[in-house]
Design a protein around this ligand. Structure first.
Ligand SMILES: NC(=O)C1=CN([C@@H]2O[C@H](COP(=O)(O)OP(=O)(O)OC[C@H]3O[C@@H](n4cnc5c(N)ncnc54)[C@H](O)[C@@H]3O)[C@@H](O)[C@H]2O)C=CC1
Ligand SMILES: O=C(O)[C@H]1O[C@H](OP(=O)(O)OP(=O)(O)OC[C@H]2O[C@@H](n3ccc(=O)[nH]c3=O)[C@H](O)[C@@H]2O)[C@H](O)[C@@H](O)[C@@H]1O
Length: 433
């Protein structure tokens, strides 16, 4: 099939390359000429394991092309919308202007029988409004909403072998087209849920709200553990053995960030309010508040460990991205903690295997050091805030030789407290003794 993907960011670039792998011919469209130039040359514009190989294979096969001109989407019969839906700062609701622009651009190129497929995360009700616009255009094209559940860092595998595929449709012809698009994935047994637009949109929003809730739940337990001397990691292991609860997404620490969970729960609250149902998801505001408190907690711990003030104290911040195996610093708790410590007058030296370039764009005032040993050298305090494999594997003896004072805050609860304490470190985890 001939497929277009409108928007080639963290979601769209992976989706475009994966569609080639599933047997289709693909044109990726983006308004960012620098991004398109890289992609067309087979260069991945962001860090995502496995994507470089998939992209190069696609481009070299001649079945994956890129353009900044949406009219190049003409001739494709399936058009995925994968543009951003960022948070509007005042209201917290989703900014749909990129989705609207993509639809405006697509309408003139649509032909009868074409299928427009929304993948961006949108407030419930958006698909019905877009379907009405497509209908009014008289093109004879159809709409489906097909939310995406990939995780950054695992985006390629999650796209090629997802846990489930959800179709929101109002016409069974759309189901037929999507079955063709995903034939290769469906043959390998991926569950497929066919439903209406509103349910499909809500499945996505609900999934992210649930994940955020799980994380804030365990972080709330960490807050209680901190005042009772209990250990939240043991608590998570113990409750996680109950299959009804499960151990995944119960890692207490500095909380969730990224381009999705924070903005999606805020957009959900804003949409519920518009629908007169603010009280139904009022708990999400608490989920957000608990999450943001964990960042403050790390800063408070730093102040405490450094004897009441971080002013002019050298602090090595390990990690800047919102999670390991990504270069994404959107709403990153790690970068936020680094900026807050700097704001209090600390001499922050921040390091990250992939996130320095993006961090520098947002916080040029911070000092960045790509070399881990140099970042650690002379530190009065080490703060681990993104659990990259190389930070998890740090040998406390070696770190002890580099730093000025043996103090560490483990913002992700991934270090062995006994090992660090045994070589003289003052170790603090979050929600741990
Ligand atoms: N990043 C992720 O892991 C996931 C993201 N999503 C959702 O997917 C959507 C996209 O997210 P990301 O890829 O992370 O955002 P992103 O910001 O990385 O990418 C969006 C891209 O759309 C482009 N764009 C904006 N307006 C355009 C237009 N009119 N025509 C063509 N291109 C245009 C931008 O230049 C940018 O490259 C969001 O709704 C997000 O919530 C859903 C699941 C996973
Ligand atoms: O809608 C989206 O964009 C995506 O959002 C999340 O994926 P992602 O943001 O890539 O990352 P996650 O692995 O979910 O982690 C999100 C944040 O939660 C934090 N987290 C995760 C798990 C945990 O136990 N504790 C915890 O603090 C991570 O450090 C990170 O900051 C969802 O997991 C995806 O299913 C979804 O498609």
């Amino acid at each position: 099939m001939k497929v277009s993907v409108i928007g080639c960011g963290y979601l769209g670039a992976v989706h475009a390359a994966a569609m080639v792998k599933l047997g289709h011919e693909v044109i990726g469209i983006d308004v960012d000429p620098a991004k398109i130039a890289k992609l067309a040359a087979g260069i991945t514009p962001f860090f995502e394991p496995g994507l470089p190989e998939l992209l190069v294979d696609g481009v070299e096969s001649g079945r994956l092309r890129f353009s900044t001109d949406i009219t190049d989407a003409a001739g494709a019969t399936v058009h995925f919308i994968a543009v951003g839906t960022p948070q509007q700062h005042d209201s917290g609701s989703a900014d749909l202007r990129f989705v609207d622009a993509a639809v405006d651009g697509l309408i003139p190129v649509l032909a009868a029988g074409d299928l427009v497929v929304g993948k961006s995360t949108v407030p419930v009700g958006t698909a019905a409004a877009i379907a009405a616009r497509i209908d009014e255009s008289g093109s004879g094209a159809l709409l489906a909403w097909n939310p995406e559940f990939l995780r950054e860092g695992f985006a390629v595998a999650d796209t090629l072998t997802p846990d489930r595929i959800v179709y929101g449709v109002d016409d069974e012809r759309a189901t037929g087209v999507l079955d063709e698009v995903y034939a290769a994935a469906l043959e390998s047994g991926t569950p497929r849920i066919v439903t209406d637009f509103a349910t499909a949109e809500l499945v996505k929003t609900a999934a992210n709200a649930f994940l955020a809730t799980k994380i804030s739940f365990i972080n709330a337990m960490a807050e209680i553990a901190e005042v009772t001397g209990a250990d939240v990691t043991t608590l998570a292991d113990a409750i996680g053995h109950d299959a009804r609860i499960g151990r995944k997404f119960l890692n207490a620490g500095i909380g969730f960030g990224g381009g999705c969970l924070p903005k999606d729960i805020r957009a959900f609250s804003a949409r519920a309010e518009e629908l007169g149902r603010a009280e139904s998801v009022a708990f999400l505001r608490e989920i957000d508040a608990i999450n943001l408190r964990r960042r403050e907690r790390v800063v408070d711990l730093a102040v405490e460990l450094l004897g009441g003030s971080v002013f002019e104290k050298r602090i090595a911040v390990l990690g800047l991205t919102f999670k390991p195996d990504s270069d994404d610093v959107r709403d990153s708790p790690a970068l936020d903690v680094a900026a807050r410590l700097h704001g209090l007058g600390a001499d922050v030296v921040a390091t990250d295997p992939q996130g320095i370039e993006n961090s520098r764009l947002r916080h040029p005032q911070l000092a960045y050091e790509p070399d881990l040993d140099e970042a650690l050298r002379g530190a009065d305090l080490v703060v681990l805030v993104t659990e990259w494999a190389e930070y998890r594997a740090l040998a406390p003896e070696r770190v002890g030789q580099l730093v000025a004072s043996p103090r560490v805050i483990d913002g992700r609860n991934v270090l062995d407290p006994d090992a660090w304490k045994s070589v003289g470190f003052d170790y603090r985890g979050l929600g741990r003794r």
